[in-house]
Design a protein around this ligand. Structure first.
Ligand SMILES: Cc1cc2nc3c(=O)[nH]c(=O)nc-3n(C[C@H](O)[C@H](O)[C@H](O)COP(=O)(O)OP(=O)(O)OC[C@H]3O[C@@H](n4cnc5c(N)ncnc54)[C@H](O)[C@@H]3O)c2cc1C
Length: 348
C-alpha cells in the first residue's frame, strides 16, 4: 500500500494524496443558468471543500458516500470475530498444501501461504460483536480457543508475535442496485462488502477500479477531453452494468462459503486402510462436500461435490465436547475436502 500511494503521488503531483481527509458529504454543483450538473464537491470533517469532475466513493464498508447516496443501513454482523496474523513459519508440506481450512463447532481456522516463508492465518470464533482483548492477551486467548487443535493450527499461532495479531468483527452488506448518482459513484466495500471467506473483497475492489478507470477514460476520450461534454452518467452506467452481476454473485458465494464453514457437522467412519473418513455436511439444501475417502483405492476424486440425501441442522452453539477437540485429524480431512472442492488438490 505505501508503494502504491508513493507511485500515485509521484504521477499525480504533491497534492494528489491528502491524509486526514475525512469526507462527510458531497454536493452536486449545477450551472445556475441551465441547471445542468457541472461538478461535484466534497466537504471534509475539518470544513475544507474540494471540487472535481467526479467523486469515487471507495470509503469502505461504513462508507459516508454510500450513506448519503442510498440512506443509512447497518452492516450485518456475521456472528464471528476474526483474529489474524502473519507468521514466519513454513509448514513441512507447504509444497503440496498452500491453503487450509480447519473446521470446528462455532470456530474455524484458515491458513494460507503468502510467500517469502510466511503464512497468513485467520482464526474465526463465534461471539457477540464488540469484544475487546486486554493488551498482550490475544495469543493466550487464541491458544485457549484453538489450543487442542491440529499442530498445523497451534504452531502457526505460537509462531506469531503477540503484537502482530489483529482482531476484527466480520461484517458484510447486502448488495445494492444503485451504484451511482449524478457525478458520484461507489466502488469496493462501499457498494458490495462481502464475507472474507473466498478472499475476494479486495479483488473485487481492484476489478471495480480497473473497469471504472477504463469506462471513464473511454467517455473522456469520446468527447476529446472537453469537460463540458463529458458524460459521467454513461460511464457510470456502463461500469455498474459490467460489474454488478459478477460482484453480487461472488458476494453470494462468499456468504455461502461462510455459511458452510460455520454450520457443518463431521460424520466419521473408518475406511479399509483404517483411516477416519469424514463428510463435511453443510446445511445448504442437501449439498454435501463429501470426499468418500482420501485414500480410496479406486481413486475417487478428493473433495468432489456430491448430492446426497443427507439432512443436517445448522450447528448453533459451541458444545463443550467440540471445544479443543482432540480429533483435529478429522478436521484436517474436512479441510482437505474443502480445498478439493475448490479445485486444489491437497495430499496427506
Ligand atoms: C479478515 C479479512 C480477510 C480478508 N481477506 C481478503 C483476501 O484474502 N483477499 C481479498 O481480496 N480481500 C480480503 N478481504 C476483504 C478486503 O479487505 C476488503 O474487501 C477490501 O479492503 C475493500 O477495499 P476498499 O478499498 O473498498 O475498502 P477499505 O479497504 O475498507 O478502504 C476504505 C478506505 O476509505 C477510508 N475512509 C473511510 N471512511 C472515509 C471517509 N469518510 N472519508 C475518507 N476516507 C474514508 C478508510 O480509512 C480506508 O482507507 C478480507 C477482509 C477481512 C475482514
Amino acid at each position: 500500500m505505501p508503494d502504491m500511494l508513493h507511485t500515485l503521488g509521484r504521477r499525480g503531483g504533491p497534492d494528489t494524496i491528502l491524509g486526514n481527509s475525512h469526507v462527510v458529504r458531497y454536493d452536486e454543483l449545477k450551472d445556475p443558468r441551465t441547471g445542468a450538473s457541472r461538478a461535484v464537491s466534497v466537504t471534509l470533517e475539518d470544513g475544507r471543500v474540494f471540487t472535481g469532475d467526479v467523486l469515487v466513493g471507495a470509503d469502505g464498508i461504513r462508507s459516508k458516500v454510500r450513506k448519503q447516496m442510498v440512506g443509512e443501513t447497518e452492516p450485518n454482523y456475521s456472528e464471528y470475530t476474526c483474529y489474524t496474523g502473519i507468521s514466519d513459519f513454513t509448514p513441512a508440506d507447504i509444497n503440496v498444501v498452500g491453503y487450509r481450512v480447519f473446521l470446528g463447532s462455532a470456530q474455524y481456522f484458515v491458513s494460507s501461504d503468502v510467500g517469502g516463508g510466511k503464512m497468513q492465518w485467520y482464526g474465526f470464533h463465534k461471539e457477540p460483536a464488540g469484544g475487546k482483548d486486554a493488551e498482550g492477551t490475544r495469543k493466550a486467548r487464541l491458544l485457549q480457543i484453538f489450543g487442542g487443535w491440529s499442530d498445523n493450527v497451534v504452531d502457526l499461532i505460537k509462531a506469531t508475535p503477540e503484537e502482530d495479531i489483529l482482531r476484527r468483527d466480520i461484517y458484510d452488506r447486502r448488495p445494492i442496485f444503485q451504484w451511482h448518482e449524478g457525478r458520484t459513484v461507489l466502488l469496493g466495500d462501499a457498494v458490495h462488502a462481502m464475507q472474507p471467506n473466498l478472499g475476494q473483497g479486495g479483488c473485487m475492489a481492484i476489478e471495480d477500479a480497473y473497469e471504472l478507470a477504463n469506462d471513464l477514460t473511454e467517455a473522456w476520450d469520446r468527447v476529446g477531453g472537453d469537460a463540458s461534454q463529458f458524460d459521467s452518467q454513461a460511464a457510470f452506467a456502463k461500469y455498474q452494468g459490467s460489474r454488478m452481476l459478477r460482484a453480487s454473485t461472488i458476494h453470494g458465494m462468499a456468504g455461502m462459503a461462510a455459511f458452510m464453514a460455520s454450520t457443518y457437522k463431521v460424520r466419521g467412519s473408518v475406511c479399509g486402510k483404517g483411516r477416519m473418513v469424514c463428510c463435511l455436511v453443510a446445511s445448504v439444501g442437501e449439498m454435501v462436500l463429501s470426499p468418500p475417502c482420501f485414500c480410496h483405492p479406486t481413486g475417487i476424486p478428493r473433495g468432489r461435490i456430491a448430492h446426497a440425501p443427507v439432512h443436517a441442522e445448522p450447528v448453533q452453539d459451541p458444545s463443550p465436547r467440540s471445544r479443543g477437540r482432540p480429533d483435529s485429524h478429522e478436521i484436517d480431512h474436512a479441510c482437505c475436502a474443502w480445498m478439493g472442492a475448490w479445485g486444489k488438490r491437497a495430499q496427506h
